[in-house]
Ligand binder design. Structure first.
Ligand SMILES: C[S@@+](CC[C@H](N)C(=O)[O-])C[C@H]1O[C@@H](n2cnc3c(N)ncnc32)[C@H](O)[C@@H]1O
Length: 216
């Protein structure tokens, strides 16, 4: 699996973020600069990812190698992507390179923000974060993780959030097939309230919705 590097601007659009709460977890953050950029805005921001177990040189190498590999997935499924949000491939590549640079710089400067952990068991107490974000892991990699893993992962994301979890996208990577057991998962999660909400971002055709889970 790729350790991709989406930027704060991409997260802002994918998760339709406006005002940020006091604490946010990015799970699983990979090489994203969201945590660095949210921390710079005064948020208690933490990133968790299994890739953070890697020694630093390997993590750097993995993040750097994922940049062209991500672009290749898009090339291989060109008709499944639209460019309204990015403008063109050059701008997208520039954003991802800037995000990877910012991530790698922040990991060195503030390593405590980057926690090694593997879903569906996260090393945080119940309700540790006001908001938990999950970009391009659940549903995206439904060819790798099955329904039971997804349910356990959703329950864990809910456990570590104080009130809200947002997940994007709701389709699989590549051609963007839907995940057929999504409704079954939402039914199994009750009494957690779920809502599928449109967002101001689309890259994979039709992938312009996030899942919002709310509980108290
Ligand atoms: C496609 S990347 C997404 C990274 C980032 N959220 C973004 O949008 O650019 C998926 C990330 O999930 C991490 N990952 C995969 N399986 C995981 C698991 N079971 N627990 C924790 N992290 C996992 C990978 O290491 C990778 O960094």
């Amino acid at each position: 699996m790729l350790v991709t590097s989406r930027s704060y601007a991409e997260y802002e659009a994918m998760f339709d973020l406006s005002e940020l709460p006091d604490s946010i977890l990015d799970c699983c953050a990979g090489g994203s600069s969201f945590t660095a950029e949210a921390a710079a805005r005064g948020v208690d921001a933490v990133a968790v990812d299994q890739a953070y177990e890697l020694p630093m040189p390997e993590l750097v190498d993995t993040v750097r190698r994922s940049l062209p590999a991500g672009a290749q997935i898009v090339d291989a499924h060109a008709s499944s992507f639209v460019w309204n949000w990015y403008g063109d491939p050059t701008r997208k590549d520039e954003m991802r390179i800037e995000a990877a640079d910012r991530f790698l710089q922040d990991v060195s400067l503030a390593p405590d923000r980057y926690v090694a952990g593997t879903l569906p068991e996260l090393p945080f107490e119940d309700g540790r974060f006001d908001l938990v974000l999950c970009s391009h892991l659940l549903f995206t990699w439904a060819d790798t993780f099955d329904r039971d893993w997804h349910l356990a992962a959703l329950e864990e994301l809910v456990r570590v959030s104080r009130s809200e979890v947002r997940i994007f996208p709701l389709v699989q990577q590549g051609a963007g097939e839907p995940v057929l057991y999504l409704q079954e998962l939402l039914d199994a999660l009750q009494p957690v309230r779920s809502e599928i909400r449109k967002v101001p971002y689309e890259f994979q055709v039709g992938a312009d919705q996030m899942l919002v889970l709310n509980h108290q």
